[in-house]
Design a protein around this ligand. Structure first.
Ligand code: FE2
Ligand code: FE2
Length: 206
């Protein structure tokens, strides 16, 4: 099926595409990626109506509160955006939500921040797993990891603390410029992500 009003390649199988086809698609993708902040912010707002029940605040409020606490602790822009987005995968990946947020952030932030977000689910279990007959010390497998304390602090100071409906929480507008700044950086630019093995080319695409 072709898309109305949009230049469309003619191939039916990728192996039949031409250089011109792929240049056209690359151009279209550039524009698509530029709109990433809009899609991420929309997904975050969805957590207001579609989030886990039973907590004193919904996941959207929890996200804003987590980021507000980070802001008041003078966190840098990458940690602020991480705090805001850390639970954005809750609705679509309830059993691996931390991986979703980490995957979104990975091309744009230093590896430490990606790691903190990826591990925050495990580190959060320290606060409740024992109440459910499970091991709360799962995080200890990373006790000697250089970013252990950073992740433990992320959870202790911001994440696990942010279920207070009376906490004076900043609106999304406070954080939106930082989300836009981080998510429109060049992907996997060593200035931001360091010298990672991750390539600009995503082997899983499309
Ligand atoms: Fe989480
Ligand atoms: Fe959280």
């Amino acid at each position: 099926m072709t898309q109305q009003g949009t230049a469309t390649v003619r191939f039916r199988q990728m192996k039949d595409g031409t250089q011109a086809d792929y240049q056209l698609l690359e151009h279209a993708e550039t524009a698509y990626v530029q709109a990433l902040p809009d899609r991420v912010l929309a997904a975050l707002k969805k957590l207001e109506s579609e989030s886990l029940q039973g907590y004193p605040v919904n996941r959207y409020q929890h996200s804003l509160q987590t980021a507000t606490r980070a802001l008041r602790d003078s966190a840098d822009i990458e940690l602020l955006v991480a705090a805001l987005l850390h639970d954005i995968g809750d609705d679509l990946a309830p059993h691996s939500h931390a991986d979703v947020a980490a995957a979104i952030l990975k091309p744009y932030v230093r590896p430490e921040v990606t790691w903190i977000v990826a591990q925050h689910g495990l580190f959060q279990s320290y606060y409740f797993a024992h109440h459910l007959g499970k091991d709360r010390h799962g995080r200890d497998r990373y006790r000697d990891h250089p970013w252990f304390n950073a992740c433990a602090d992320f959870c202790e100071r911001w994440d696990q603390a942010s279920f207070d409906p009376d906490y004076p929480t900043e609106p999304l507008a406070t954080f939106e410029p930082w989300v836009r700044e981080v998510l429109t950086r060049p992907a996997f630019d060593p200035r931001f992500t360091g010298d990672q093995t991750a390539s600009v080319q995503d082997p899983t695409k499309p």
